[in-house]
Design a protein around this ligand. Structure first.
Ligand code: NI
Length: 172
């Protein structure tokens, strides 16, 4: 079921979410379905449970359809429960990010270039991947949501933040 996406200012978005304790439940399956349906409607690359008002440590990311925001790069469709991220190496990189909770805006954020992430699928099967680039960025962005952190809170250079339409106009 498609659900409304909460926008910045809603207290749910700045609240730390709690771990999932029970896997394979109807509630968890429904939540995963709602995340996909909502993300598909909005055309995002990822979505975190608190963005639809559920403060559980569940994120979804990846592409079901060709998404122009994701610049043709592919990420496996994943629902990740209780994610834990470990940066690999010291290397960071900057890139543009957007968020469905801040529609129309985007900004440059510095993130770890390479990470290992661990967690579970909704049935409780472990997931572990070592990833870099866009994939690593999306997982870091979505996991931040579970700690009540929005990407704007990580923007360092305010000349690289603004409305997508204005920035794209500027880029010609
Ligand atoms: Ni977001």
């Amino acid at each position: 079921m498609q659900r409304p996406v909460l926008r910045m200012g809603d207290p749910n978005l700045v609240t730390a979410s709690v771990p999932v304790r029970e896997f394979g439940t109807t509630e968890l399956r429904r939540l995963a379905g709602d995340l996909w349906d909502t993300m598909d409607r909005e055309g995002g690359c990822g979505l975190a449970a608190p963005q639809i008002g559920v403060n559980l440590r569940v994120i979804c990311f990846g592409f079901k359809s060709k998404n122009p925001l994701c610049e043709g790069r592919s990420i496996p469709q994943t629902v990740l429960v209780n994610p834990v991220i470990e940066p690999i190496g010291e290397e960071t990189e900057e890139d543009w990010e957007g968020c469905l909770s801040l529609p129309g805006l985007r900004g440059v954020v510095r993130r770890a270039k390479k990470i290992r992430y661990r967690g579970f699928d909704i049935e409780g099967n472990p997931i572990e991947r070592t990833v870099a680039g866009m994939h690593a960025r999306v997982v870091q962005h979505e996991t931040d949501h579970l700690d009540g952190i929005l990407y704007v809170m990580r923007v360092e250079d305010w000349t690289k933040f603004g409305f997508r339409k204005e920035i794209e106009k500027d880029e010609g």
